[in-house]
Design a protein around this ligand. Structure first.
Ligand SMILES: CC(C)(COP(=O)(O)OP(=O)(O)OC[C@H]1O[C@@H](n2cnc3c(N)ncnc32)[C@H](O)[C@@H]1OP(=O)(O)O)[C@@H](O)C(=O)NCCC(=O)NCCS
Length: 220
């Protein structure tokens, strides 16, 4: 499968690049993310490099994973990640997170809606499944805003380190994808009122037009 870039208004979804590794490493150390995402522990920079340089590249190449980095379309500021595990039976499971500084602005719900639309229209997917640990209300809210039907609880279906946890499960069909309503922290209005903090300037890899710079070229 060909690595794809999706334009979704004020955000863009693109394949990961080598120059994203340091950012991915930093965000992956966030306790709020690690609470719900099962990552190697301790998490090292080499884990981030392996994800960017091997997992995402192989996933696109063999059609089993479509991994997108979410960035601000205007500045290239990195905001989060949306990934799909694509299965042989034309279903996929979605996963996502946002950098701590980017949360509650509608970034993830907008990004998830765009990826789901693409999966149905371009990747031959008939149904997308969502699972989250019971109690992960922010994740559930994103799924609901995009149109997922919450179907119930699967007992002990998630693994987190050595522990297991009950999972909420939901699914989305092509006709159900909804344009998410703005968040309470509403995107992009809040972003324009409150410019992204310094971490964006330090790590952003695109110029003001959204074009990537030569130094940004890396595995994708
Ligand atoms: C879940 C997560 C991806 C949401 O990203 P985001 O960019 O903040 O999402 P959005 O801004 O698009 O929407 C978040 C919604 O959840 C709501 N929300 C946030 N925290 C909440 C909480 N504790 N309880 C209930 N709702 C909550 C927000 O108010 C918003 O809903 P609204 O638009 O109706 O106000 C982000 O919180 C995150 O990265 N969490 C850690 C990793 C994770 O849990 N990933 C999902 C694993 S299944």
């Amino acid at each position: 499968m060909r690595p794809t870039t999706l334009d979704a208004g004020s955000i863009r979804l693109r394949p990961f690049r080598g120059s994203d590794i340091d950012w991915l490493y930093r965000v992956s150390l966030d306790p709020g993310l690690r609470r719900y995402i099962d990552l190697p522990s301790p998490y090292r920079r080499s884990d981030a490099a392996d994800f960017v340089e091997r997992v995402t590249v192989e996933g696109w190449a063999n059609g089993t994973r479509a991994e997108f980095l979410t960035e601000d379309a205007a500045t290239g500021c990195r905001l989060g990640r949306v990934g799909l595990h694509l299965r042989d039976d034309r279903t996929a499971e979605i996963g996502y997170w946002a950098a701590p500084e980017a949360r509650a602005r509608g970034v993830t719900s907008g990004a998830v809606a765009a990826v789901c639309r693409w999966a149905f229209a371009e990747a031959g997917i008939d149904l997308i499944e969502w699972r989250a640990e019971v109690g992960n209300h922010a994740s559930r809210r994103v799924a609901e805003k995009v149109g997922f039907h919450i179907e119930g609880v699967l007992r002990q279906r998630l693994r987190h380190g050595t522990e297991r946890a009950d999972a909420w499960v939901g699914s989305l069909l092509p006709a159900e994808v909804t344009a998410p309503a703005p968040s309470r922290g509403s995107w992009p209005e809040t972003a324009s009122a409150q410019p992204w903090p310094a971490w964006c300037g330090e790590t952003a890899s695109s110029d003001a037009t959204g074009r990537t710079t030569a130094a940004d070229d890396g595995p994708s």
